[in-house]
Ligand binder design. Sequence first.
Ligand code: GTP
Ligand code: MG
Length: 180
Amino acid sequence: MSSRRRTLLKVIVLGDSGVGKTSLMNQYVHKKFSQQYKATIGADFVTKELIIDDRHVTLQVWDTAGQERFQSLGVAFYRGADCCVLVYDVNVTRSFDNLNNWHEEFLKQANPTDPERFPFIMLGNKIDIDGGNSRVVSEKKAMEWCASKGNIPYFETSAKEDYNVDDAFVSVAKTALANE
Ligand code: GTP
Ligand code: MG
């Protein structure tokens, strides 16, 4: 309906290189998955139209580079973000430990008015690997971290098997909207 108010939500996806940020977005928007790794350079976005509680929402999801040498984002990039999605790989301890840095870096750069209440979402990706037998970060540990940062919603996902990907991004939209 043309009279429906449209809301644009800017979402920034952060996390270590290789955790599956690009794959999650490709699965969500294009319903595609590739085994091949191609490092993201700089930042790029995709959009997705959603209807949430009768509101027409455009999610503008920004993919970023996990590799430091490919990061070239200025402060202006982070400003105006409505939600930040933090991604780690449940099979890689370091990617979980680094969430503190990504969280801190985001708040420093985006400098939101109310950092305590800024909407984050956390995704533990690649839960499909080895049927979960090679995971090193437990769901409990991840949820404790989320609780310690002001109750960040947490989802376990597989970009490969398209598990929980849609639900996670709907939650991104709802969380961001709630904070409007
Ligand atoms: P950077 O762009 O360097 O920051 O990495 P990224 O976080 O975008 O990772 P990317 O999506 O490129 O995925 C890295 C590798 O992990 C690729 O080979 C993907 O195929 C693989 N991968 C991503 N998600 C999953 C998943 O859920 N399960 C499995 N088994 N592999 C995955
Ligand atoms: Mg990438």
